[in-house]
Design a protein around this ligand. Sequence first.
Ligand SMILES: *Cc1c(COP(=O)(O)O)cnc(C)c1O
Length: 535
Amino acid sequence: MKQNKRSVAYFSMEYGLAPEMRIYAGGLGILAGDILKGARDQGFPLVGVGILWRQGYTKQVIDDEGRPVDCYPRNDYIYEHVEDTGVEVTVEVKEEEVSCRVWRLDKYDNAPLYLLDANVEGNSNRWITGQLYGWFEEERVAQEIVLGIGGVKALRELGLEPDIYHFNEGHAVLAVTEMIKEKVDRGKSFNEALKSTRDEIVFTTHTPVKQGNEVHAHKLLRYIGAYNHLTREQMKTIGGDPFNMTAAGLRVSRVSNGVSRLHAKTARRMWEDVDQRSEIKAITNGIHRKTWVDKDVRQGRDDVEEIWRTHRRLKKRLIDYVAREKGVEFDEEKLLIGFARRAVPYKRAGLIFSQEERIRPYLEEGRLQIVFSGKAHPLDDVGKGIITKLVRKSEEYPDAVTFLEDYGMETGKLLTQGSDVWLNNPRKPMEASGTSGMKAAMNGVLNLSVLDGWWPEACQHGENGWAIGSGYTGEGQDEHDANSLYDVLLNQVMPTYYEDKGKWKEMMAESVKSTYDQFSVKSLLKEYYRELYAY
Ligand SMILES: *Cc1c(COP(=O)(O)O)cnc(C)c1O
């Protein structure tokens, strides 16, 4: 059976495979890492293509004034984790040749990941793979040339001719120029080449915000070398004018997907004007359980008391970590809420403080404890301001509120395994999927979340977690959601936790049970093969 599976090359700018492999930034990369692990577990013929970043995403710490400060430790150690394939490919950036060495990484029980690296002796452009999402537009395009065009060349040199090229977001879309060029070199016309290339490409879109999607001027693309022998008219056919990476992904793919049912709906509406775009299916993300769900929960998930015992241990581990890192002593007996997100306004990290008087007494008594974490984009002062506000709250309530620095796989795991409640309150419909909520749910950490992203597909209010609000999205949404948050937290979550432990434990077990299979990366891959890869 498995031999008949389509072979797939999965392209992603970032991969979250292990905390020490700092070649990821957030959810997009975590998904990619989980997919490689899931593919390996199941023996699927899938390989990853990515970049070996010399510096990963920001390591963000808080200074004495409560402001986030970015630093970029060099990933020199990273070479200890990868093997040299002996393959080197060349791409052209600003009419200069750039050599890229190809490394192989498979030590995290993952399907083989091929990583391109421009940090090669003799390259004048060694900076290109210097920093994940670093610097500005020109550098980004150069990185995308390496990932897309270099990625296809690397596959060829490695002797790989996959059936399917899956682009995780628009970053790899320039691969299409190389795939077309190969066919044109063999005598096909551009139109024929585009048509048969389209049969090979699958595209996943993530960003439900139009401004969050990447757009480049043609002048810039041509000057940097992204045209790769295609003409301006041909590039316009693919990406429009200006060149939109997401629209291009939708046009050059046979089929595409959004990352939850709700997000697919949003994406269809968002991109309805894109002519000749592929169908956007809904395939909800999933997580790699062995990575994110504690072993004792996995093994004891049919036993309510075992889940509870394990949870107590994981909560203690989180509390100990907080004590070590922040010098704050949380109380194991008291309710602990976890919240970790990118710091952007629509995630509304401060919603729980929007009518502060309603929760102040509980914070002062310590009946409510909150651990926040998250990073702001290094160039985003608004996002940094959000973090500073959270840090201020931790100073106001030193025994009940804290902020953990440098949110990453390690802190993510501690939080989604050790909190009692996982709070998620973005402004709808902005959350694409929200895999952290899945991690929490499968560890018996109860979701308290607006009905956005994946949560409408899983939420049974009062049984496996709670919904905030009714899904209302009109004027006054913030106030509507805040009122609902306080109402559910104070009248349902807290009374259940403090007065009805039996019910609480049953909800935890139900949370694990109701999400365990449906939101695993194993199910995700099954759907990818059925809905995206089969033809
Ligand atoms: C799981 C995870 C994410 C994705 O979480 P969202 O729910 O999409 O916010 C992001 N960053 C880290 C470090 C994670 O572990």
